[in-house]
Design a protein around this ligand. Structure first.
Ligand code: NAD
Length: 496
Protein backbone atom coordinates (compact mmCIF):
# COMPACT_ATOMS: atom_id res chain seq x y z
CA UNK A 1 0.00 0.00 0.00
CA UNK A 2 1.71 3.20 -1.12
CA UNK A 3 -0.95 5.88 -1.27
CA UNK A 4 -3.78 6.90 1.02
CA UNK A 5 -6.96 4.91 0.50
CA UNK A 6 -10.21 4.95 2.40
CA UNK A 7 -11.43 1.96 4.35
CA UNK A 8 -14.64 0.94 6.03
CA UNK A 9 -15.38 1.96 9.60
CA UNK A 10 -16.38 -1.59 10.28
CA UNK A 11 -17.67 -4.92 9.04
CA UNK A 12 -21.11 -5.55 10.49
CA UNK A 13 -23.68 -8.11 9.40
CA UNK A 14 -21.49 -9.23 6.50
CA UNK A 15 -21.14 -5.75 4.96
CA UNK A 16 -19.00 -2.65 5.21
CA UNK A 17 -20.13 -0.06 7.74
CA UNK A 18 -20.06 3.63 6.89
CA UNK A 19 -18.70 5.47 9.90
CA UNK A 20 -20.19 8.56 11.49
CA UNK A 21 -17.34 9.11 13.93
CA UNK A 22 -14.25 11.33 13.68
CA UNK A 23 -12.05 11.14 10.58
CA UNK A 24 -8.97 9.08 11.25
CA UNK A 25 -5.74 8.51 9.32
CA UNK A 26 -3.86 5.23 9.56
CA UNK A 27 -0.15 6.04 9.51
CA UNK A 28 2.81 4.04 8.19
CA UNK A 29 5.22 4.42 11.11
CA UNK A 30 8.21 3.88 8.82
CA UNK A 31 7.43 7.07 6.89
CA UNK A 32 5.03 9.00 9.09
CA UNK A 33 2.68 9.24 6.12
CA UNK A 34 -1.00 8.26 5.99
CA UNK A 35 -1.74 5.00 4.18
CA UNK A 36 -5.50 4.95 4.70
CA UNK A 37 -8.22 7.14 6.10
CA UNK A 38 -11.77 6.69 7.37
CA UNK A 39 -14.54 8.01 9.56
CA UNK A 40 -14.46 5.80 12.63
CA UNK A 41 -17.34 3.87 14.13
CA UNK A 42 -19.22 5.23 17.14
CA UNK A 43 -20.86 3.98 20.33
CA UNK A 44 -24.20 3.80 18.43
CA UNK A 45 -22.55 1.36 16.02
CA UNK A 46 -21.73 -0.85 19.01
CA UNK A 47 -25.47 -1.12 19.77
CA UNK A 48 -26.11 -2.09 16.15
CA UNK A 49 -23.26 -4.61 16.01
CA UNK A 50 -24.24 -6.26 19.31
CA UNK A 51 -27.85 -6.60 18.07
CA UNK A 52 -26.61 -8.12 14.81
CA UNK A 53 -24.31 -10.52 16.70
CA UNK A 54 -27.17 -11.56 18.98
CA UNK A 55 -29.47 -12.19 16.02
CA UNK A 56 -26.80 -14.38 14.42
CA UNK A 57 -26.14 -16.28 17.65
CA UNK A 58 -29.02 -18.75 17.55
CA UNK A 59 -28.11 -20.27 14.18
CA UNK A 60 -24.33 -20.22 14.70
CA UNK A 61 -24.59 -21.69 18.22
CA UNK A 62 -26.76 -24.50 16.92
CA UNK A 63 -24.74 -25.17 13.76
CA UNK A 64 -23.08 -28.56 13.89
CA UNK A 65 -19.48 -28.63 15.10
CA UNK A 66 -18.57 -30.10 11.72
CA UNK A 67 -20.07 -27.08 9.96
CA UNK A 68 -18.30 -24.58 12.22
CA UNK A 69 -15.05 -26.47 11.72
CA UNK A 70 -15.49 -26.53 7.95
CA UNK A 71 -16.01 -22.75 7.80
CA UNK A 72 -12.90 -22.14 9.91
CA UNK A 73 -10.89 -24.54 7.73
CA UNK A 74 -12.06 -22.63 4.65
CA UNK A 75 -11.04 -19.36 6.32
CA UNK A 76 -7.59 -20.78 7.10
CA UNK A 77 -7.18 -21.63 3.40
CA UNK A 78 -8.35 -18.16 2.37
CA UNK A 79 -5.87 -16.53 4.75
CA UNK A 80 -3.10 -18.70 3.42
CA UNK A 81 -4.00 -17.81 -0.19
CA UNK A 82 -4.09 -14.11 0.72
CA UNK A 83 -0.93 -14.44 2.81
CA UNK A 84 1.31 -12.05 0.87
CA UNK A 85 -1.35 -9.33 0.72
CA UNK A 86 -2.17 -9.78 4.41
CA UNK A 87 1.52 -9.55 5.32
CA UNK A 88 2.00 -6.38 3.24
CA UNK A 89 -1.08 -4.79 4.77
CA UNK A 90 0.12 -5.69 8.28
CA UNK A 91 3.51 -4.10 7.56
CA UNK A 92 1.87 -0.96 6.13
CA UNK A 93 0.39 0.06 9.49
CA UNK A 94 2.60 -1.66 12.07
CA UNK A 95 6.01 -1.04 10.49
CA UNK A 96 7.07 -4.58 11.41
CA UNK A 97 9.62 -6.15 9.07
CA UNK A 98 8.09 -8.09 6.20
CA UNK A 99 10.03 -11.23 7.22
CA UNK A 100 8.25 -11.20 10.58
CA UNK A 101 4.85 -10.74 8.93
CA UNK A 102 5.39 -13.49 6.33
CA UNK A 103 7.26 -15.99 8.53
CA UNK A 104 5.52 -15.47 11.89
CA UNK A 105 2.27 -13.48 11.82
CA UNK A 106 0.50 -14.91 8.78
CA UNK A 107 1.53 -18.58 9.15
CA UNK A 108 0.78 -18.34 12.87
CA UNK A 109 -2.72 -17.09 12.08
CA UNK A 110 -3.32 -19.79 9.49
CA UNK A 111 -2.14 -22.49 11.90
CA UNK A 112 -4.21 -21.10 14.76
CA UNK A 113 -7.33 -21.00 12.60
CA UNK A 114 -6.67 -24.55 11.37
CA UNK A 115 -6.21 -25.69 14.98
CA UNK A 116 -9.57 -24.23 16.04
CA UNK A 117 -11.25 -25.69 12.94
CA UNK A 118 -10.35 -29.10 14.40
CA UNK A 119 -11.09 -28.15 18.00
CA UNK A 120 -14.62 -27.04 17.05
CA UNK A 121 -15.39 -30.77 16.78
CA UNK A 122 -13.74 -31.82 20.00
CA UNK A 123 -15.52 -30.38 23.04
CA UNK A 124 -14.58 -32.08 26.28
CA UNK A 125 -16.51 -32.64 29.48
CA UNK A 126 -17.10 -35.11 32.27
CA UNK A 127 -18.57 -38.48 31.30
CA UNK A 128 -22.34 -38.80 31.37
CA UNK A 129 -23.04 -41.11 34.34
CA UNK A 130 -25.40 -42.00 37.20
CA UNK A 131 -23.42 -40.23 39.93
CA UNK A 132 -26.36 -40.16 42.39
CA UNK A 133 -27.57 -43.63 41.43
CA UNK A 134 -31.01 -42.15 40.76
CA UNK A 135 -30.28 -39.65 37.99
CA UNK A 136 -28.31 -39.47 34.81
CA UNK A 137 -25.99 -36.46 34.98
CA UNK A 138 -24.50 -34.98 31.87
CA UNK A 139 -22.54 -31.87 31.02
CA UNK A 140 -23.39 -29.49 28.21
CA UNK A 141 -20.67 -27.11 27.03
CA UNK A 142 -22.63 -24.24 25.51
CA UNK A 143 -21.43 -21.06 23.80
CA UNK A 144 -21.35 -18.19 26.26
CA UNK A 145 -23.06 -15.88 23.75
CA UNK A 146 -21.93 -12.58 22.24
CA UNK A 147 -18.22 -11.93 22.71
CA UNK A 148 -16.87 -8.37 22.87
CA UNK A 149 -13.16 -8.32 21.97
CA UNK A 150 -10.68 -5.46 22.15
CA UNK A 151 -7.19 -5.85 20.68
CA UNK A 152 -3.86 -3.93 20.65
CA UNK A 153 -1.66 -2.66 17.83
CA UNK A 154 1.44 -4.80 18.18
CA UNK A 155 0.18 -7.97 16.43
CA UNK A 156 -3.20 -6.82 15.08
CA UNK A 157 -3.90 -9.85 12.90
CA UNK A 158 -2.65 -12.44 15.39
CA UNK A 159 -4.50 -10.86 18.30
CA UNK A 160 -7.73 -10.81 16.29
CA UNK A 161 -7.26 -14.46 15.32
CA UNK A 162 -6.44 -15.47 18.90
CA UNK A 163 -9.72 -13.89 20.07
CA UNK A 164 -12.03 -14.72 17.19
CA UNK A 165 -11.19 -18.36 16.35
CA UNK A 166 -11.85 -20.01 19.73
CA UNK A 167 -15.01 -17.91 20.05
CA UNK A 168 -16.32 -19.06 16.66
CA UNK A 169 -15.26 -22.66 17.30
CA UNK A 170 -17.27 -22.57 20.55
CA UNK A 171 -20.37 -21.28 18.72
CA UNK A 172 -20.20 -17.68 19.91
CA UNK A 173 -20.61 -14.56 17.80
CA UNK A 174 -18.19 -11.65 18.04
CA UNK A 175 -17.94 -7.85 18.04
CA UNK A 176 -14.25 -6.92 17.88
CA UNK A 177 -12.54 -3.54 18.06
CA UNK A 178 -8.96 -3.38 16.81
CA UNK A 179 -6.59 -0.63 17.96
CA UNK A 180 -7.12 2.71 16.18
CA UNK A 181 -3.57 2.61 14.83
CA UNK A 182 -3.94 -0.78 13.12
CA UNK A 183 -7.46 -1.63 11.95
CA UNK A 184 -6.73 -2.72 8.37
CA UNK A 185 -5.88 -6.43 8.62
CA UNK A 186 -8.67 -7.07 11.15
CA UNK A 187 -11.18 -5.65 8.66
CA UNK A 188 -9.66 -7.83 5.94
CA UNK A 189 -9.94 -10.86 8.22
CA UNK A 190 -13.67 -10.21 8.71
CA UNK A 191 -14.18 -9.88 4.94
CA UNK A 192 -12.24 -13.10 4.29
CA UNK A 193 -14.36 -14.86 6.91
CA UNK A 194 -17.54 -13.80 5.10
CA UNK A 195 -16.12 -14.98 1.78
CA UNK A 196 -15.20 -18.29 3.42
CA UNK A 197 -18.86 -18.86 4.29
CA UNK A 198 -19.16 -17.44 7.79
CA UNK A 199 -22.80 -16.38 8.15
CA UNK A 200 -23.51 -12.64 8.25
CA UNK A 201 -23.36 -11.15 11.72
CA UNK A 202 -21.21 -13.89 13.28
CA UNK A 203 -17.97 -11.90 13.19
CA UNK A 204 -18.32 -8.12 13.34
CA UNK A 205 -15.50 -5.59 13.45
CA UNK A 206 -15.76 -1.95 14.52
CA UNK A 207 -13.00 0.60 14.27
CA UNK A 208 -13.10 3.46 16.76
CA UNK A 209 -11.42 4.89 19.78
CA UNK A 210 -10.93 2.97 22.99
CA UNK A 211 -12.60 5.70 25.02
CA UNK A 212 -15.78 5.54 22.93
CA UNK A 213 -16.14 2.24 21.07
CA UNK A 214 -13.94 0.11 23.35
CA UNK A 215 -15.69 1.36 26.46
CA UNK A 216 -19.11 0.84 24.84
CA UNK A 217 -18.26 -2.80 24.04
CA UNK A 218 -16.85 -3.52 27.50
CA UNK A 219 -19.84 -1.97 29.25
CA UNK A 220 -22.57 -3.29 26.94
CA UNK A 221 -25.44 -5.19 28.55
CA UNK A 222 -25.74 -7.37 25.42
CA UNK A 223 -22.16 -8.63 25.59
CA UNK A 224 -21.72 -11.90 27.48
CA UNK A 225 -17.94 -12.03 27.78
CA UNK A 226 -15.28 -9.38 27.20
CA UNK A 227 -11.88 -10.57 25.99
CA UNK A 228 -9.20 -7.91 26.05
CA UNK A 229 -5.54 -7.74 25.09
CA UNK A 230 -3.64 -4.56 25.84
CA UNK A 231 -2.00 -2.61 28.62
CA UNK A 232 -2.56 -3.37 32.28
CA UNK A 233 -4.00 0.10 32.97
CA UNK A 234 -6.62 -0.10 30.23
CA UNK A 235 -7.34 -3.75 31.11
CA UNK A 236 -8.33 -2.67 34.60
CA UNK A 237 -10.64 0.01 33.15
CA UNK A 238 -12.21 -2.64 30.90
CA UNK A 239 -12.76 -4.89 33.91
CA UNK A 240 -14.48 -2.04 35.77
CA UNK A 241 -16.67 -1.27 32.73
CA UNK A 242 -17.64 -4.95 32.40
CA UNK A 243 -18.39 -5.14 36.13
CA UNK A 244 -21.34 -2.78 35.66
CA UNK A 245 -23.29 -5.70 34.16
CA UNK A 246 -21.29 -8.44 35.90
CA UNK A 247 -19.89 -9.52 32.54
CA UNK A 248 -17.19 -12.19 32.38
CA UNK A 249 -13.75 -10.91 31.35
CA UNK A 250 -10.50 -12.37 30.08
CA UNK A 251 -7.47 -10.07 30.25
CA UNK A 252 -4.13 -10.50 28.44
CA UNK A 253 -2.06 -7.58 29.73
CA UNK A 254 1.49 -6.29 29.93
CA UNK A 255 4.70 -8.13 30.71
CA UNK A 256 8.26 -7.62 31.89
CA UNK A 257 9.84 -10.95 31.08
CA UNK A 258 13.08 -11.94 32.80
CA UNK A 259 15.75 -13.93 30.95
CA UNK A 260 17.84 -15.72 33.58
CA UNK A 261 21.28 -16.96 32.49
CA UNK A 262 22.83 -19.40 34.98
CA UNK A 263 26.62 -19.85 35.14
CA UNK A 264 26.50 -23.25 33.36
CA UNK A 265 24.48 -21.89 30.41
CA UNK A 266 25.51 -22.14 26.76
CA UNK A 267 26.61 -18.50 26.57
CA UNK A 268 26.37 -18.23 22.78
CA UNK A 269 22.83 -19.58 22.84
CA UNK A 270 21.85 -17.20 25.64
CA UNK A 271 23.29 -14.19 23.78
CA UNK A 272 21.45 -15.07 20.55
CA UNK A 273 18.27 -15.83 22.47
CA UNK A 274 18.46 -12.55 24.35
CA UNK A 275 18.86 -10.47 21.18
CA UNK A 276 16.07 -12.28 19.31
CA UNK A 277 13.85 -12.23 22.40
CA UNK A 278 14.40 -8.53 23.06
CA UNK A 279 14.14 -7.24 19.49
CA UNK A 280 11.21 -9.21 18.09
CA UNK A 281 8.66 -6.75 16.69
CA UNK A 282 11.00 -3.91 17.81
CA UNK A 283 10.51 -5.14 21.38
CA UNK A 284 6.78 -4.41 21.16
CA UNK A 285 5.89 -7.89 22.32
CA UNK A 286 4.31 -8.60 25.68
CA UNK A 287 6.55 -11.66 26.15
CA UNK A 288 9.76 -9.97 24.92
CA UNK A 289 12.90 -10.51 26.96
CA UNK A 290 13.28 -7.25 28.86
CA UNK A 291 15.38 -8.05 31.96
CA UNK A 292 18.49 -10.17 31.45
CA UNK A 293 19.60 -11.48 34.86
CA UNK A 294 23.02 -13.03 34.36
CA UNK A 295 25.38 -15.05 36.57
CA UNK A 296 28.35 -12.85 37.48
CA UNK A 297 31.04 -15.14 35.92
CA UNK A 298 29.31 -14.80 32.50
CA UNK A 299 28.23 -11.19 32.91
CA UNK A 300 30.93 -9.26 31.00
CA UNK A 301 31.00 -11.71 28.08
CA UNK A 302 27.19 -11.64 27.91
CA UNK A 303 27.10 -7.84 27.79
CA UNK A 304 29.81 -7.71 25.12
CA UNK A 305 28.17 -10.46 23.02
CA UNK A 306 24.69 -8.92 23.14
CA UNK A 307 26.06 -5.44 22.32
CA UNK A 308 27.97 -6.80 19.33
CA UNK A 309 24.94 -8.63 17.92
CA UNK A 310 22.62 -5.66 18.58
CA UNK A 311 24.97 -3.31 16.73
CA UNK A 312 24.82 -5.59 13.67
CA UNK A 313 21.02 -5.54 13.47
CA UNK A 314 19.78 -3.91 10.25
CA UNK A 315 17.14 -1.33 11.09
CA UNK A 316 15.27 0.28 8.22
CA UNK A 317 12.56 -0.05 5.57
CA UNK A 318 10.23 -2.77 6.85
CA UNK A 319 9.17 -3.74 3.33
CA UNK A 320 12.76 -4.79 2.50
CA UNK A 321 13.27 -8.49 3.24
CA UNK A 322 16.86 -7.73 4.31
CA UNK A 323 15.60 -5.54 7.19
CA UNK A 324 15.76 -7.06 10.68
CA UNK A 325 13.97 -4.37 12.63
CA UNK A 326 11.46 -1.71 11.61
CA UNK A 327 10.26 1.39 13.47
CA UNK A 328 8.17 1.54 16.61
CA UNK A 329 4.41 1.89 16.18
CA UNK A 330 4.31 5.70 16.27
CA UNK A 331 6.40 8.79 16.88
CA UNK A 332 4.58 9.27 20.17
CA UNK A 333 5.49 5.77 21.35
CA UNK A 334 9.10 6.21 20.14
CA UNK A 335 9.30 9.41 22.19
CA UNK A 336 8.02 7.54 25.26
CA UNK A 337 10.65 4.80 24.84
CA UNK A 338 13.37 7.37 24.20
CA UNK A 339 12.40 9.39 27.28
CA UNK A 340 12.59 6.28 29.49
CA UNK A 341 16.11 5.50 28.23
CA UNK A 342 17.14 9.15 28.66
CA UNK A 343 15.95 9.10 32.27
CA UNK A 344 17.91 5.87 32.85
CA UNK A 345 21.06 7.47 31.39
CA UNK A 346 20.52 10.63 33.44
CA UNK A 347 20.21 8.42 36.50
CA UNK A 348 23.66 6.95 35.89
CA UNK A 349 22.71 3.72 34.09
CA UNK A 350 25.29 2.58 31.51
CA UNK A 351 24.03 2.68 27.89
CA UNK A 352 26.20 0.02 26.20
CA UNK A 353 24.71 0.37 22.73
CA UNK A 354 21.84 2.32 21.14
CA UNK A 355 19.94 4.86 23.18
CA UNK A 356 19.71 7.71 20.68
CA UNK A 357 16.98 8.58 18.20
CA UNK A 358 18.33 8.37 14.63
CA UNK A 359 18.03 11.24 12.12
CA UNK A 360 15.36 11.06 9.43
CA UNK A 361 11.68 10.22 9.07
CA UNK A 362 9.88 7.34 10.74
CA UNK A 363 9.48 6.26 14.35
CA UNK A 364 12.80 4.41 14.50
CA UNK A 365 14.68 3.63 17.70
CA UNK A 366 17.81 1.45 17.76
CA UNK A 367 18.44 -1.77 19.67
CA UNK A 368 19.48 -0.59 23.12
CA UNK A 369 21.36 -2.39 25.89
CA UNK A 370 21.42 -0.93 29.41
CA UNK A 371 23.92 -2.54 31.80
CA UNK A 372 24.33 -2.75 35.59
CA UNK A 373 20.68 -1.79 35.99
CA UNK A 374 19.52 -1.57 39.62
CA UNK A 375 16.29 -3.22 40.68
CA UNK A 376 14.58 0.05 41.57
CA UNK A 377 15.20 1.65 38.15
CA UNK A 378 12.14 2.65 36.10
CA UNK A 379 13.44 0.74 33.03
CA UNK A 380 13.78 -2.38 35.17
CA UNK A 381 10.32 -2.19 36.73
CA UNK A 382 8.02 -0.65 34.09
CA UNK A 383 7.06 -1.90 30.65
CA UNK A 384 9.16 -0.04 28.02
CA UNK A 385 7.66 -1.86 25.01
CA UNK A 386 10.62 -1.05 22.79
CA UNK A 387 13.93 -2.64 21.69
CA UNK A 388 15.49 -2.11 25.10
CA UNK A 389 17.12 -4.84 27.20
CA UNK A 390 18.39 -4.27 30.73
CA UNK A 391 21.08 -6.51 32.18
CA UNK A 392 22.11 -7.04 35.76
CA UNK A 393 24.28 -9.62 37.57
CA UNK A 394 23.40 -12.18 40.22
CA UNK A 395 25.54 -14.22 42.60
CA UNK A 396 23.48 -17.29 43.51
CA UNK A 397 20.42 -19.16 42.26
CA UNK A 398 18.16 -17.97 45.09
CA UNK A 399 18.97 -14.38 44.18
CA UNK A 400 18.38 -15.03 40.46
CA UNK A 401 14.92 -16.48 41.02
CA UNK A 402 14.02 -13.78 43.54
CA UNK A 403 14.96 -11.14 40.95
CA UNK A 404 13.04 -12.93 38.19
CA UNK A 405 9.92 -12.78 40.35
CA UNK A 406 10.50 -9.22 41.56
CA UNK A 407 7.85 -7.74 39.26
CA UNK A 408 4.11 -7.19 39.34
CA UNK A 409 3.89 -8.90 35.94
CA UNK A 410 3.83 -12.64 35.27
CA UNK A 411 3.44 -13.35 31.58
CA UNK A 412 6.63 -15.06 30.40
CA UNK A 413 10.21 -15.83 31.42
CA UNK A 414 13.18 -17.88 30.30
CA UNK A 415 15.92 -19.77 32.10
CA UNK A 416 19.20 -20.71 30.43
CA UNK A 417 21.05 -23.66 31.93
CA UNK A 418 22.38 -27.12 31.07
CA UNK A 419 21.60 -28.37 34.57
CA UNK A 420 18.38 -30.38 34.69
CA UNK A 421 17.76 -29.59 38.36
CA UNK A 422 18.19 -25.85 37.85
CA UNK A 423 15.85 -25.97 34.85
CA UNK A 424 13.22 -27.81 36.85
CA UNK A 425 13.57 -25.42 39.77
CA UNK A 426 13.28 -22.35 37.54
CA UNK A 427 10.23 -23.70 35.73
CA UNK A 428 8.59 -24.43 39.09
CA UNK A 429 9.50 -21.25 40.96
CA UNK A 430 9.24 -18.51 38.35
CA UNK A 431 5.77 -16.98 38.56
CA UNK A 432 4.64 -16.63 34.93
CA UNK A 433 2.19 -18.04 32.39
CA UNK A 434 5.06 -19.49 30.37
CA UNK A 435 8.65 -20.43 31.25
CA UNK A 436 10.98 -21.29 28.39
CA UNK A 437 14.10 -23.36 29.03
CA UNK A 438 17.01 -22.43 26.74
CA UNK A 439 14.81 -20.40 24.40
CA UNK A 440 12.62 -17.30 24.56
CA UNK A 441 9.56 -16.39 22.41
CA UNK A 442 8.29 -19.51 20.54
CA UNK A 443 4.55 -20.09 20.75
CA UNK A 444 2.38 -22.86 19.38
CA UNK A 445 -1.35 -23.18 18.82
CA UNK A 446 -1.63 -26.30 21.02
CA UNK A 447 -0.29 -24.55 24.13
CA UNK A 448 -1.91 -21.74 26.13
CA UNK A 449 -0.82 -18.11 26.33
CA UNK A 450 -1.79 -15.95 29.27
CA UNK A 451 -0.41 -14.47 32.45
CA UNK A 452 -0.77 -14.09 36.18
CA UNK A 453 -0.68 -11.01 38.42
CA UNK A 454 -0.67 -7.70 36.54
CA UNK A 455 -0.37 -9.66 33.27
CA UNK A 456 -4.02 -10.67 33.56
CA UNK A 457 -5.90 -13.96 33.61
CA UNK A 458 -7.45 -16.44 31.22
CA UNK A 459 -5.88 -18.07 28.18
CA UNK A 460 -5.55 -17.51 24.47
CA UNK A 461 -4.73 -20.40 22.09
CA UNK A 462 -4.94 -24.15 22.94
CA UNK A 463 -7.88 -26.17 24.23
CA UNK A 464 -7.78 -24.06 27.42
CA UNK A 465 -8.91 -20.94 25.54
CA UNK A 466 -12.22 -22.60 24.65
CA UNK A 467 -13.15 -22.37 28.34
CA UNK A 468 -13.32 -18.58 27.96
CA UNK A 469 -16.12 -18.98 25.41
CA UNK A 470 -18.12 -21.87 26.86
CA UNK A 471 -20.47 -22.24 29.78
CA UNK A 472 -20.81 -25.47 31.73
CA UNK A 473 -24.36 -26.70 32.23
CA UNK A 474 -25.26 -29.71 34.36
CA UNK A 475 -28.31 -31.63 33.18
CA UNK A 476 -29.64 -34.06 35.86
CA UNK A 477 -32.44 -36.42 34.80
CA UNK A 478 -34.35 -38.64 37.19
CA UNK A 479 -34.20 -42.27 36.12
CA UNK A 480 -36.41 -43.80 38.84
CA UNK A 481 -39.85 -42.58 37.77
CA UNK A 482 -40.75 -42.44 41.47
CA UNK A 483 -43.06 -39.57 42.47
CA UNK A 484 -42.23 -39.65 46.22
CA UNK A 485 -38.47 -39.57 46.14
CA UNK A 486 -36.60 -40.68 49.27
CA UNK A 487 -34.86 -37.30 49.60
CA UNK A 488 -38.23 -35.44 49.81
CA UNK A 489 -38.55 -36.49 53.44
CA UNK A 490 -35.73 -34.10 54.29
CA UNK A 491 -38.00 -31.26 53.12
CA UNK A 492 -41.43 -32.45 54.12
CA UNK A 493 -42.99 -35.50 55.70
CA UNK A 494 -46.31 -36.84 54.50
CA UNK A 495 -49.31 -36.83 56.92
CA UNK A 496 -49.52 -40.22 58.69
P1 NAD B 1 -3.84 -0.27 25.06
O1 NAD B 1 -4.23 -0.85 26.38
O2 NAD B 1 -3.51 1.16 25.00
O3 NAD B 1 -5.01 -0.50 23.99
C1 NAD B 1 -5.52 -1.79 23.74
C2 NAD B 1 -6.92 -1.65 23.16
O4 NAD B 1 -7.77 -1.09 24.15
C3 NAD B 1 -7.01 -0.74 21.94
O5 NAD B 1 -7.91 -1.28 21.01
C4 NAD B 1 -7.58 0.54 22.53
O6 NAD B 1 -8.28 1.33 21.60
C5 NAD B 1 -8.51 -0.02 23.58
N1 NAD B 1 -8.87 0.91 24.66
C6 NAD B 1 -8.20 2.00 25.10
N2 NAD B 1 -8.87 2.59 26.10
C7 NAD B 1 -9.99 1.87 26.32
C8 NAD B 1 -11.07 1.95 27.23
N3 NAD B 1 -11.16 2.93 28.15
N4 NAD B 1 -12.03 1.01 27.19
C9 NAD B 1 -11.97 0.00 26.31
N5 NAD B 1 -10.97 -0.14 25.39
C10 NAD B 1 -9.99 0.78 25.41
O7 NAD B 1 -2.65 -1.20 24.55
P2 NAD B 1 -1.76 -0.99 23.25
O8 NAD B 1 -0.91 0.21 23.50
O9 NAD B 1 -2.63 -1.04 22.05
O10 NAD B 1 -0.88 -2.34 23.26
C11 NAD B 1 0.27 -2.49 24.00
C12 NAD B 1 -0.02 -3.20 25.30
O11 NAD B 1 -0.65 -4.45 25.04
C13 NAD B 1 1.23 -3.55 26.08
O12 NAD B 1 1.03 -3.26 27.43
C14 NAD B 1 1.40 -5.04 25.86
O13 NAD B 1 2.12 -5.69 26.86
C15 NAD B 1 -0.01 -5.49 25.79
N6 NAD B 1 -0.13 -6.77 25.10
C16 NAD B 1 -0.38 -7.89 25.84
C17 NAD B 1 -0.47 -9.13 25.22
C18 NAD B 1 -0.74 -10.38 26.02
O14 NAD B 1 -1.07 -11.39 25.41
N7 NAD B 1 -0.65 -10.37 27.33
C19 NAD B 1 -0.32 -9.23 23.84
C20 NAD B 1 -0.07 -8.07 23.11
C21 NAD B 1 0.00 -6.83 23.76
Amino acid sequence: MTKTSSFAAGWVGGAELVGAGPTHDVIDPATGKAVASTSLATAQDVDTAVDVARDALRDWASATPAHRGAVLAELASAMSAAGDALAAEEVSHTGKPIRLATEFDVPGCVDNTTFFAGLARNLEGKATAEYSGEHTSSIRREPVGVVGSITPWNYPLQMAVWKVMPALAAGCTVVLKPAELTPLTTLTLARLASEAGLPDGVCNVLTGTGAEVGAAIAGHAGVDVVTFTGSTGVGRQVMAQAAVHGTRVQLELGGKAPLVVFDDADLEAAIHGAVAGALINSGQDCTAATRAIVARPLYDDFVAGVAELMSAVRMGDPTDSATDMGPLISAAHRDKVSAMVDRARDGGIRVVTGGTVPEGPGAFYPPTLLADVPEDAEVYRDEVFGPVLTVSAFDDDDDALRRANDTVYGLAASAWTRDLYRAQRASREIRAGCVWINDHIPIISEMPHGGVGASGFGKDMSTYSLDEYLTIKHVMSDITGVSQKPWHRTIFTLPQ
